[in-house]
Design a binder for this molecule. Structure first.
Ligand code: C5P
Length: 302
């Protein structure tokens, strides 16, 4: 399976192309809210090579720092995860090259696919490759990535991984979806992640601390690792609050299931959804039905 990110090496004068793929969450269990407002999660990240963003990185003019160019003006601000990555990396290592980044967005935002995090991880890896002896080791880079965003550490390695903590404690996972056809549906609806977490908080006001016990954590993973099992445990704690506010998402999921999926679920805080099919023909029909409803789809043969 492609990892979804690649660097196209070129000669020194040419721009470097970085391709940043996206992620889905095969399951996402919110365990509780921490004192700092972040949430403890137990989730299984799975990388997908499409949709993807492309970063074209060229040397910048002297003293310009990082300059981002993007058709979407709203993404060129200092809030962009790319700026945060560049600043934190410069602070940590002293390596602060003048760079011009042309960002082409293919990953929709408000989709729960980790687009901003994927971009930040691609730039961080590029900076670390160029930093020479000032570069960070894997643990330091992971810690720095978590300061940019909870999903950024996952994208540094970009392999299926179970994440706990706020998403930064990662253990590669050997989940095997070979033979499935996956339909990823990206509806026009956008869901804000901070909003989704606060909506979840309002529904779980009594829950103060993480409720997970080691047994509960282990059992969710066993469903995947038992080789004889054909059962798929897709789950997302956000679905009830997000579907209540965006009923069309529930309808899209219903359509994916009615077309014969083995399982279907929302990814991250939404709005994207995905479904797994044992028969490609059913996946193609499901995809066509969603497209008729104005939903963009991507098909992956796993
Ligand atoms: O880390 P990231 O920028 O992706 O998170 C966006 C927002 O989602 C955070 O500001 C926080 O409100 C919420 N969040 C959370 N717990 C997590 C991850 C994100 O509460 N584990």
């Amino acid at each position: 399976m492609s990892t979804g990110r690649n660097t196209v090496p070129t000669d020194a004068a040419s721009p470097v192309l970085l391709r940043a793929g996206c992620k889905i969450n095969l399951y996402l269990d919110i365990l509780g809210r921490r004192a700092d407002g972040y949430h403890e999660l137990d989730t299984l990240f799975y990388p997908l090579p499409a949709p993807f963003d492309t970063l074209t990185v060229s040397p910048g003019t002297d003293g310009s720092g990082l300059r981002i160019e993007c058709e979407r003006a709203d993404l060129c601000t200092q809030d962009n995860t790319l700026h945060k990555a560049w600043r934190l990396f410069a602070e940590a290592t002293g390596y602060a090259p003048d760079l011009h980044v042309h960002l082409e967005k293919g990953i929709p935002d408000g989709a729960g696919l980790g687009g901003g995090s994927a971009d930040a991880a691609a730039l961080l890896s590029h900076l670390n490759d160029g930093a020479g002896p000032a570069g960070l080791d894997a643990g330091q880079l992971n810690a720095l990535a978590a300061r940019i965003g909870a999903d950024v550490p996952f994208f540094l390695r970009n392999v299926p991984a179970r994440a706990t903590g706020i998403g930064e404690h990662l253990v590669p996972h050997d989940v095997n979806l070979a033979g499935f056809t996956l339909v990823l549906a990206c509806p026009p609806e956008h869901v804000s992640t901070p909003w989704a977490f606060s909506a979840w908080d309002r529904e779980h006001t009594a829950m103060e601390a993480p409720t997970a016990t080691p047994d509960r954590l282990t059992s969710s993973v066993h469903t995947y690792t038992r080789p004889s099992s054909r059962a798929l445990w897709l789950f997302n704690s956000f679905e009830s609050v997000v579907f209540a506010a965006f009923p069309k998402l529930r309808a899209y999921k219903g359509s994916l299931i009615r077309h014969g999926s083995a399982a279907a679920v929302m990814s991250g805080s939404g709005a994207s959804l995905f479904a797994l099919y044992r028969e490609t023909e059913k996946a193609l029909k499901a995809s066509a039905a969603l497209r008729e409803m104005g939903v963009q789809t991507f098909i992956h043969h796993l």
